[in-house]
Design a protein around this ligand. Sequence first.
Ligand code: CP3
Length: 351
Amino acid sequence: MTEKLPLLLRAALGQKVERPPVWMMRQAGRYMKVYRDLRDNHPSFRERSENPDLSYEISMQPFKAFEPDGVILFSDILTPLPGMGIDFDIVESKGPLINDPIRSLNQVQKLTPLDPQKSMPFVGEVLSRLRESVGNKAAVLGFVGAPWTLAAYVVEGKSSKNYAVIKAMAFQEPELLHNLLDHFAESIANYLCYQIHSGAQVVQMFDSWAGQLSPEDYDIFAAPYQKKVVDLVKQKHPNTPIILYISGSAGVLERMGKTGVDIVSLDWTVDMEDGLKRLPTNVGVQGNVDPGLLFGTPAAINSRIIDVVKKAQGRKHILNLGHGILPGTPEENARVFFESGKNVNELIKTS
Ligand code: CP3
């Protein structure tokens, strides 16, 4: 008999599972002391994410500490940018910075199509090492940023509060923005295929800032490019589950369900029960515990896990937070989240 596939993969494929799998967005990172210690010795984010030994080690840190059901590649949504000719850095307390923001057609035309094997061999190496290390104890997750969110960074040049520069472009020079979004869609689809080819078993597309668009503009600038990525990846890898995450997605949930993804990742502003009513039954859900809850007590964390899992019973569900775990979260509470998630059947029985 062949060994069972990892729980998270079975769940994502829609198989009946013994309990919902659990992992956390941003599960490797600053809330962990081992990560902060490593960062003291390697202060450059680019080094931590592009040196395969470091990226592998950091990806494994939460697995070693908590054994979640998913291990996500330690990287960033911006990591493919240099391979397209866009340089970036991540600066402590400032966040991502793009040295030469994209504002003209000339700049878009100069972008190179991403050749992931050539420009990011470290990603392939890390993913295959992760697969070898975790075996069937966890699923290996890959991820990308969606075209709109990548465009938001490269046009704004940094994290933004109101996205005025990219919105000016959207509403004054839409053709220019569509050119950029299309370039990203093709490159990002290629990149996802490369990740799957290298060992990623489930992939997540982060369109973190698509929630900044009105639903009408979501249909123009975000959804078609999410869909293009999904279609291109599904042509080559029809059986690899794709998860879509948007921050502030309450107004566009139905639209997310129509992009062709297998699973919609809900933030915490939507009640799980309401969210499920708004999605077709063949689309799964991930989430959706408020990351702020991990600043609370173990009892509070448990009661919300029980609530979310009960509401999602009978549907394809991956237990997760509604966005990345926050810096400063007590590690012990992260542990409670993972352990209670794995123990949820018992918790429900005794609640
Ligand atoms: O989930 C994981 O454990 C994998 C690691 C991961 C990182 N970034 C590492 C990282 C993932 C999945 C991302 C995705 C990412 N990056 C997103 C989408 C998810 C989301 O939060 O919506 C976005 C929008 C980015 C862009 C980005 N990179 C931001 C906004 C920041 C934070 C800036 C800051 O200083 O707070 C980063 C930097 C970054 N990426 C860090 C980590 C652990 C923190 C910097 C550090 O550790 O030095």
